[in-house]
Ligand binder design. Structure first.
Ligand SMILES: [Zn+2]
Length: 210
């Protein structure tokens, strides 16, 4: 798990989603503990030994570094979603630009958006590193797998770390496509019947994948 967090930290850093020391990743270890990145470390330079173990009350169990200041956001997601095994928070530039412009990724522009993530809503403004971030997310967590954070960044979560990572990657891709489509003119959003057909196709795809 430590090696996996280090791998996906580096990937997100290389994709420009975690500049400076920003961004944090975590995985659920068992019913009592999660493994999470520390504060103040570049995700490119992160080492397996830097990671921190905390319990679900936020108490640090092991690790010599201090836990990320965004711990409360991770805890809120695990508390509200039993199915979630991993959480990724980052500052991808296009998705963050949408979050700074007060816009979620609500318009279904490309088929991929329907087939993968669905709507990515924008949560209300909250000061980073405070309990307000978790509070701003609570109403969205049960219904969505990725959320934009106003004037801040994005968070995604899933059944594994690769799953949460791929959702973050998709959030940024969808934001990039939406930005370019808007620059090219008036984007043509998918129609309701087209979305329904895609949802049927998605259901079939997921059944075959099992
Ligand atoms: Zn952040």
């Amino acid at each position: 798990m430590r090696r996996e967090i280090v791998l996906f930290s580096k990937l997100l850093y290389r994709q420009g989603c975690m500049p400076g020391t920003s961004g944090n990743l975590s995985v659920r270890l068992d019913a009592e503990r999660l493994l999470i990145t520390p504060t103040g470390v570049s995700k490119f330079l992160l080492k397996a030994a830097d990671l921190v173990v905390v319990d679900f009350d936020g108490r640090q169990i092991s690790g010599s570094r201090k836990v990320t200041s965004e711990l409360n956001m991770h805890l809120a997601i695990y508390r509200h979603r039993d199915d979630v095994q991993a959480v990724v928070h980052s500052h991808p530039p296009y998705a963050t630009a949408f979050a700074c412009a007060g816009r979620g990724l609500e318009e279904m522009l490309c088929q991929e958006a329907v087939m993968t993530l669905g709507v990515v809503p924008l949560a209300g403004y909250a000061t980073t590193g405070t309990g307000d971030v978790a509070a701003s997310l609570v109403s969205y967590i049960p219904h969505y797998d990725a959320v934009l954070l106003a004037n801040h960044g994005a968070v995604s979560y899933g059944c594994s770390l690769p799953d949460a990572f791929q959702k973050m990657e998709t959030v940024e891709h969808l934001a990039h496509v939406a930005f370019v489509a808007n620059q090219l003119g008036t984007p043509r959003a998918l129609k309701e019947e087209q979305i329904e057909q895609l949802l049927v196709a998605r259901f079939r795809y997921l059944q075959n994948a099992q």
